[in-house]
Design a protein around this ligand. Structure first.
Ligand code: TYD
Ligand code: MG
Length: 480
C-alpha cells in the first residue's frame, strides 16, 4: 500500500478509507467438507477420515456475509446489537409454541407431535421418493387454516398445479412461488407473512453473496443457515427438501444437519409402494420414530396399521420365514424375516443381507457354528427383511438365526410363532427393551406362540398366547 499511497491520495482517498477497503478485501476462508458426514478439513483428501467415504470431499468457501445485525428486512448493517436480552430459563415465554398438525398423523408422530412454529425441518430422500407429493398434500390441507407458501425451484408452477389437480387437493388457499433466490424468498415472505413455508428443494437455492454454483456445499449450507435464521426470527416453520444422491455432485443433507432442527428421511424403493418416514435428528421429540405411507395413484396415504402390511404372508408355511416384533421409536412393528441357505458352488460362499446388517449376519453365523453346532461354511446365505424395512435393532438376532436354521433344515416354523431377542457372542439370549408391548402387539395380530429371552417373560400371562423364555441359543434350537 505505501507504494501507491501517493497515487490514491491524489485521487482523494484518505489513509483510513484505504485501510478499511483493504480489510474488507480479506480473503474468504476456504475449507474442505465431506458431503456425507459434514467433517471439515483444511486440505482436500480422497477419502473422508471420519466416515471413510471416498470422493465426497469438496471445496467449501465460507461466504463473507455482510453483518446484518439480524435485520432481514432492510439489510442495514448495524454491527452490534445492544438490545440483546439475557433471560433466565423460566422467564422465557412458552405460550407461542403450540405445535400444529401437519395433516397426517404419521407425519406428526415422526415430528414428535406436530410442527413447531419457527422450526427448520429438512425432508431428505432420493429423487422420486415422494417428497414433493407429501409436502404438497400437507401444504394444501394446512392452507385452509393458515397462510402457507410453497416455493418451487425445481418444477414449474404448472407442473405443481397439474399434480394438485390430479390428486384432487384443495387449491384455492395455497400460495405458490417459483423462485430460487433465498434473499427474494425472505423478502417476499416478510410481505406475505406465511406461518409455514416449503422450499423445494434446498439444492437449487442460491444466495448472491456466495460465489459458487447452486447445489455446491457452500450454497446449500449458507442458504439453509440463512433460512433457518429467518425461521427463528419470524416464527415461520420452514420445511426444506433435500435430495440424497449416491454420487457427490450434490451436497448431501448431512452438511446441513447441524443448523436445522429436525432431519427426516423419506425412504423406500421406487418399485415398492411403501414409504417410510424416519426422524434422524429432532430437537423437539424422540428420533427413530417411524411413519409409514403408501404411494397410491392419488398420492400418499397413511398406513394406520403397518404391522398388517409388512406381514401379508401367504397361508402356506415356508421354510426360512420367521416373524419378529421390532420396536420403532414408540411402537412395535411386526415384520417378516426370510432366510435362504443353499449349497454354494463358489470357493467363497456369499453372505447377503438386505434390510439387516451384514456384519451382524457374519457374527451370528459364527455364533450358530460355535454354540448351535451348525456349520454353514459351504453354503450361500441370503437374508431379507420383507417390505423394504431396515432393521438396526439387535432384537432381530434370534429371529435371524432361527430363520437360517429353518431354511437349512428345510423345516418350516409354524405360522403363529413370533420370535425376538438379542444373541450374545457366548450364545446367551439377552433381553430387549419393551418386551411386554412387543408381545401384546403380536397377540393382537393373532400369534399364539412366542420365543423370547427369558428375562423378557411377561409378568402377567397374555391371554391366548404361550410364551417360551430361553436363556441360551441351544434352548431355542431345542424348542423349534
Ligand atoms: P415426487 O414427489 O415428485 O418425488 P420427489 O419430490 O421426492 O423427487 O414423487 C415422484 C414419484 O411418485 C413418481 O415416481 C411417481 C410417484 N407418484 C405416484 O405413484 N402417485 C402419485 O399420485 C404421485 C403424485 C406420484
Ligand atoms: Mg420433487
Amino acid at each position: 500500500m505505501p507504494v501507491y499511497l501517493g497515487y490514491f491520495k491524489s485521487l482523494g482517498y484518505t489513509k483510513t478509507k484505504l485501510l478499511s477497503i483493504r480489510k474488507s478485501m480479506a480473503k474468504s476462508k476456504t475449507a474442505y467438507v465431506c458431503t456425507d458426514c459434514g467433517s471439515e478439513y483444511s486440505r482436500w483428501l480422497g477419502q473422508c477420515t471420519d466416515c471413510k467415504a471416498w470422493n465426497t470431499i469438496s471445496e467449501f468457501r465460507q461466504a463473507k456475509l455482510p453483518d446484518r445485525g439480524g435485520n432481514f428486512a432492510g439489510f442495514a448493517g448495524s454491527a452490534l446489537n445492544d438490545e440483546a436480552k439475557v433471560q433466565t430459563l423460566d422467564a422465557i415465554d412458552l405460550a407461542d409454541l403450540p405445535r400444529f398438525s401437519a395433516g397426517f398423523a404419521e407425519f406428526d408422530r415422526v415430528l414428535g407431535g406436530g410442527i413447531v412454529p419457527g422450526s427448520a425441518i429438512l425432508i431428505g430422500g432420493e429423487p422420486g421418493a415422494g417428497k414433493s407429493t407429501l409436502l404438497l398434500q400437507t401444504m394444501c390441507s394446512l392452507a385452509a387454516n393458515m397462510t402457507a407458501l410453497y416455493i418451487t425451484g425445481e418444477e414449474s408452477l404448472q407442473q405443481v398445479a397439474m399434480r394438485a389437480k390430479r390428486l384432487a387437493l384443495p387449491t384455492d388457499k395455497l400460495k405458490m412461488l417459483s423462485e430460487t433466490s433465498v434473499e427474494n424468498i425472505c423478502h417476499i415472505a416478510i410481505k406475505e407473512q406465511p406461518k409455514i413455508i416449503v422450499i423445494d428443494s434446498i439444492q437449487v437455492m442460491h444466495m448472491s453473496d456466495v460465489q459458487s454454483a447452486p447445489g455446491s456445499v457452500s450454497q446449500v449450507r449458507e442458504s439453509a443457515a440463512y433460512l433457518t435464521r429467518f425461521a427463528k426470527q419470524h416464527h415461520v416453520a420452514i420445511l426444506l427438501v433435500g435430495h440424497v444422491t449416491k454420487d457427490g455432485s450434490l451436497a448431501g443433507p448431512k452438511v446441513l444437519e447441524h443448523c436445522i432442527d429436525c432431519s427426516i428421511m423419506l425412504e423406500g424403493s421406487t418399485d415398492s409402494r411403501y414409504r417410510t418416514l424416519r426422524g434422524n435428528k429432532n430437537r423437539f421429540g424422540a428420533v427413530n420414530e417411524l411413519g409409514v405411507f403408501a404411494m397410491t395413484g392419488t398420492g400418499l396415504k397413511e398406513v394406520k396399521n403397518p404391522s398388517a402390511i409388512f406381514l401379508s404372508r401367504s397361508e402356506e408355511q415356508t421354510p426360512g420365514s420367521v416373524v419378529m416384533v421390532l420396536w420403532e421409536g414408540t411402537r412395535p412393528l411386526l415384520v417378516e424375516i426370510q432366510a435362504l441357505v443353499d449349497h454354494s458352488a463358489l470357493g467363497n460362499p456369499r453372505r447377503v443381507a438386505v434390510g439387516a446388517d451384514q456384519n451382524r449376519l457374519s457374527m451370528l453365523l459364527a455364533v450358530l457354528h460355535r454354540h448351535g453346532g451348525l456349520q454353514l461354511n459351504d453354503q450361500d446365505v441370503f437374508v431379507n427383511v420383507v417390505g423394504g424395512v431396515k432393521v438396526s435393532e439387535t432384537s432381530i438376532d434370534l429371529a435371524l438365526i432361527l430363520a437360517l436354521v429353518s431354511s437349512f433344515k428345510d423345516n418350516a416354523l409354524s405360522q403363529d410363532l413370533v420370535i425376538f431377542g438379542e444373541v450374545g457372542l457366548s450364545g446367551e439370549i439377552r433381553p430387549v427393551p419393551s418386551g411386554q408391548e412387543r408381545l401384546n402387539e403380536a397377540a393382537k395380530h393373532g400369534f399364539k406362540r412366542a420365543i423370547v429371552p427369558f428375562n423378557n417373560m411377561p409378568k402377567q400371562a397374555i391371554s391366548g398366547m404361550e410364551v417360551i423364555g430361553v436363556k441360551k441359543l441351544s434352548d431355542a434350537l431345542e424348542v423349534i
